[in-house]
Design a protein around this ligand. Sequence first.
Ligand code: FE2
Length: 292
Amino acid sequence: MSSIIKSLVYTRFAIRTSWPIWWNILNRTPRALFAKNTPILDDTQRRLVEGLKKDGIVATTLDELFPGQHMLATLQAYAKSLEPNAKSRTKKLFLKHYWDITPQLDLNNPFIAIIINKRIVDIANSYMEMWTKLKYYTLIETTPVGGEDAVQSQRWHRDPEEKRMCKMFIYLTDVDEESGPFIYTPQSVYGKKYGHLFPQRPPEGIYPPEEAVSRAIPKEDVRVFTGKAGTVLFCDTTGIHRGGYARSKPRLMFTAFFSAPTFSEPTRYTHPQGFAKTAESLDPAVRYTLEP
Ligand SMILES: [Fe+2]
């Protein structure tokens, strides 16, 4: 790319991701929809949204979210049925994808049932303070890399594209220090204690060196999210994070990304025929998150 085009691209992204424009102008409509339909949260949802707003990340479990429903066993059994077809589908060969990069939305997939559950959508929307769009969902096994160098997402970074994001991670296997836990700096999103450090540089982002991050952020302010299978994290990945550097043990993790509608990359799933009809029975905020 010529340097003029490159600087135009950066300028365009810098403008669209500046807070006043992103918040007040570009996302005015989804914010108004949320304001008109503000959900009433239960105690668990409120704790999670407050944690997200305070730190940019909060942890829970499938059992806390869905008491008595044995959700972990259901998800693990479903994952097991897909395992024979799991393979690397991108240049990141250490990642085994359990379904296509752009799957067809299947409402019978129990992972989909979870993410379109109104309680989950309400958590994401309440953190984002707008009606969000589900942009992708993945089930990925991170295979051990031994002593190899960490690649992009395994290194410290901020997701670059938006001012605020909400991802939901579900660990399907026990995750310890050896299996690539998600690592996050609480209070590193826009406007918080560490929000000014290593600012986003859209479109491709910024990957500050390990030493620069450890100089700027004391170790005790970094959290390593090890956890049992069934651990669920809600996280704003515009904050400083890394993960998936599995040394000796694999990690199976589900990810769902709820975004402001401004996210410019294509949605990474397709809709089955007749989806519009099926969607009529869904709650309006859930329908909005799935609609093309
Ligand atoms: Fe990331």
